[in-house]
Design a protein around this ligand. Structure first.
Ligand SMILES: *Cc1c(COP(=O)(O)O)cnc(C)c1O
Length: 374
């Protein structure tokens, strides 16, 4: 196997870039003796809410729980339906199943790979309680259209923002047109801690209060009011996230700069390049190209020491054993979802990726095109 020249992740480089600040933050927590639900979590929650221009953030142990706990707080469960896409990380649908509800899969817009807003209305049934649009690859779904349908049918909206913290729409910001924003801080996300973490951000204080209880065994103060979970964000992670949040916009700008270089370098090739909606701030959590010979391109890049991965090679409704005895419904056809799963390839993309590494990747892709006689 070729020596890795361009790796897929940059988080160790990011640690080295911020090492002084991060080490100091970690040291402070270690010396404090408070490691769970202390001042660092509270501080980070306030900073995150302020960053998103929203009232409340609640730190949790994962993005998965950031989807599950608000569903429970909304009393969504068995017999209820939640509309989302099948072209997403498994946890989006998993959270719906964990709540006991039924995911209803709607096809994607093949250009953005986000939910096709024109197909949502047809998926609404008397049992529908919520919509979970996913801001896939770092670009927001068309929230104005989603919110309009939600309002007409009295539905909740939870934005799955695990890949899009710091992104914006053309005339809306994330959180403005929904009930809850759910996000993840697992290391590879745009804002990542050194392990697992997540949060909800909301203007709905009742939901925030309920999620706060659910994350800590259903308790507030000393008494347990209901059966909950252990889903807390740790002090160490919160302290690290406070440091990294200050650098998030700059890091996202670096991703956008590399994406521009890829766009220019790969223009005119046979690849379908990422489509950024006019006026949107796409923050390229992933830079995803499409090709008929995805496996061939991935193997060629690997042979050149360049790691490219697939997000996501198998749509949720095509996974082995689907739906594992759970309730699920497909609305219409998922042909664009299935087509995308067979064609997508994620190129290396992170703030610490250098222009030289982006150039190496572009040159390797162009060389691969030559091997195919183009
Ligand atoms: C990462 C991710 C999640 C789940 O987050 P975890 O922190 O890994 O539980 C959910 N949805 C999407 C779109 C994701 O990318």
């Amino acid at each position: 196997m070729a020596q890795v020249k361009v790796g897929f992740y940059g988080h160790v480089r990011q640690y080295h870039n911020l090492q002084k600040e991060i080490d100091a933050a970690i040291h402070e927590v270690l010396e404090s003796g408070t490691y769970v639900l202390g001042p660092k979590v509270k501080q980070f929650e306030q900073e995150l809410a302020a960053y998103m221009h929203m009232k409340e953030a609640v730190g949790l142990n994962s993005g998965t729980d950031a989807l599950l706990l608000p569903l429970l707080a909304m009393a969504i469960g068995p017999g209820d339906e939640v509309i989302t896409t099948s072209n997403t990380f498994f946890a989006t649908a998993e959270a719906i199943w964990l709540a006991g509800a039924t995911p209803v899969f709607v096809d994607i817009d093949p250009k953005t790979c986000n939910i096709d807003e024109d197909l949502i209305e047809a998926a609404v049934s008397p049992r529908t309680k919520a919509i979970i649009p996913v801001h896939l690859y770092g670009q927001p779904a068309k929230m104005r259209e989603v919110a309009k349908i939600a309002k007409a049918h009295n539905l909740y909206v939870i934005e799955d923002c695990a890949q899009a913290l710091g992104a914006r729409g053309d005339d809306f910001v994330i959180g403005e047109l929904s009930d809850v924003v759910a996000t993840s801080f697992i290391i590879q996300k745009n804002l990542g801690c050194f392990g697992d973490g997540g949060a909800i951000v909301t203007n709905n204080e009742a939901i925030a209060t309920q999620v706060r209880k659910l994350r800590n065994h259903g308790s507030s103060k000393r008494s347990c009011h209901s059966v909950g979970y252990n889903s807390r964000l740790d002090e160490l992670h919160a302290a690290v996230l406070s440091v990294k949040l200050k650098h998030l916009d700059k890091c996202n700008d670096l991703r956008r700069a590399r994406a521009k270089e890829f766009d220019a370098g790969l223009a005119g090739t046979s690849l379908t390049l990422p489509y950024a909606l006019p006026g949107y701030r796409h923050i390229y959590h992933l830079y995803v190209v499409e090709t008929d010979d995805r496996d061939g391109l991935q193997a060629y890049l690997q042979s050149q020491g360049i790691t490219a991965l697939t997000h996501y090679p198998i749509a949720i409704h095509q996974q082995e054993g689907y739906p594992w005895g759970c309730a699920a419904r497909i609305s219409g056809s998922l042909k664009h979802t299935e087509n995308s799963a067979a064609r997508v390839l994620s190129l290396p993309m992170y703030p610490e990726l250098t222009s030289e590494e982006a150039k190496l990747t572009v040159e390797a892709i162009r060389a691969w095109e030559k091997t195919r006689g183009r």
